[in-house]
Design a protein around this ligand. Structure first.
Ligand SMILES: [Fe+2]
Length: 368
């Protein structure tokens, strides 16, 4: 018997998304159950399927692909092979199911055909300009990087990402510090994945800003994860500081102009028709305005995007998922932003599996 309920949030929370589904057999999903899942995903943005930690990588891939049957390649294609990419150290590919990646923390003797691997939960000290001091590092943490799962060059952003919790160290909580002068903080479970709604991000804008984001487009940097690799993030994880550290075009792999991505700032939900403000803040390069002019000043582009996005990552709008082994979380990658959070000790072993697939079509803008 399949059950759907809204996620529970604390009283002061304004989170209006997220659902829990019980009783789904993800290894043998009927068309009817899939339709319920798809409908829930597009109405609630994040769906927690109470499943089992030992579901197969193949079942995870096939379920993820069912949202876009025409797609095949992993969301980042083969770009993860690029050693200079900031994504490279964090993902290990399942040999027998290359669209599925193993992520986590600590030493794992054997898993899914991978032997003696050391997983590394990304720590903000490797990506942010400033860091929480060592003595506070177990109690306090930061949002590592708010993002959409997307290559943003050549390939289209995946529609859906699935995350399976195989092994979860439990017991601690941490406090996220925004460290951006606001004093904002958020209590979270250890190793949470934090989500915010792109629909809310759009809805809480002024009417003037809504018009701006409906009529403007974002151009992404080519090979963005290599391009940004020497640059550093703001302390709230919402985009990069502008210190001129990005790699020059001559230092990047060859750029094919037709593979550069220019997307609308708002993407339409295929079920509800709602608009989400969906911008990957660290990879932005230019803004194309409705009159055809272009904002090319990188610092200015980043300031505009941060001003538009920051209200929606305030503590009351963030859903920090409290992972339980066997949770299979599917999220609308074209309707939410998410972030890795937290710092693990070396002996806290965590194993997750992630799957997303480059979409067969670009995201749908506001005018379609
Ligand atoms: Fe992600």
């Amino acid at each position: 018997m399949v059950g759907v309920q809204s996620i529970q949030v604390p009283e002061k929370s304004k989170v209006d998304f997220g659902a829990i589904i019980t009783g789904l057999d993800v290894e043998n999903l009927s068309d009817e159950d899939f339709e319920l899942l798809r409908d829930t995903l597009y109405k609630k943005s994040v769906v927690v399927i109470k499943s089992k930690p030992d579901i197969s990588a193949k079942a995870q891939y096939e379920l993820t692909r069912r949202f876009d049957p025409a797609c095949e390649s992993y969301g980042h294609g083969k770009t993860l092979d690029a050693k200079r990419s900031i994504l490279h150290p964090d993902l290990k590919t399942v040999p027998h199911q290359p669209q599925v990646q193993v992520i986590g923390n600590g030493f794992v003797p054997s898993y899914e055909g991978l032997e003696n691997i050391t997983l590394r939960h990304p720590h903000h000290k490797t990506f942010h300009k400033t860091r929480i001091p060592d003595e506070d590092d177990l109690a306090y943490t930061r949002f590592y990087r708010w993002h959409i799962d997307a290559a943003l060059y050549d390939l289209n952003p995946p529609r859906v990402t699935s995350l399976l919790a195989v092994s979860v160290p439990k017991g601690r909580r941490q406090t996220v510090r925004y460290d951006d002068g606001t004093g904002d903080e958020l209590d979270v479970p250890l190793g949470t994945t934090a989500f915010v709604s792109g629909y809310n991000m759009y809805n809480i804008l002024s009417e003037e800003d809504k018009e701006f984001v409906r009529t403007s487009k974002i151009e992404y940097a080519p090979h963005p994860y290599i391009w940004m690799s020497p640059a550093k993030s703001r302390p709230d994880g919402l985009g990069m500081l502008s210190e001129g550290l990005e790699l020059a075009e001559s230092e990047l792999p060859p750029i094919e102009p037709e593979k550069i991505k220019i997307f609308p700032m708002t993407w339409k939900n295929p079920v509800t028709g709602e608009l989400a403000l969906q911008i990957h803040p660290s990879a932005v390069r230019r803004i194309h305005l409705k009159d055809g002019s272009v904002i090319d000043d990188l610092a200015k582009v980043r300031e505009i995007v941060h001003r538009l996005q920051r209200p929606a990552i305030s503590p009351e709008y963030v859903y920090p998922h409290d992972w339980v082994e066997g949770d299979l979380v599917l999220f609308n990658n074209q309707g939410v932003l998410h972030s890795v959070v937290g710092a693990f000790a070396e002996n806290e072993v965590r194993i997750f599996r992630q799957c997303n697939l480059a979409a067969s079509t670009p995201p749908v803008g506001p005018d379609a």
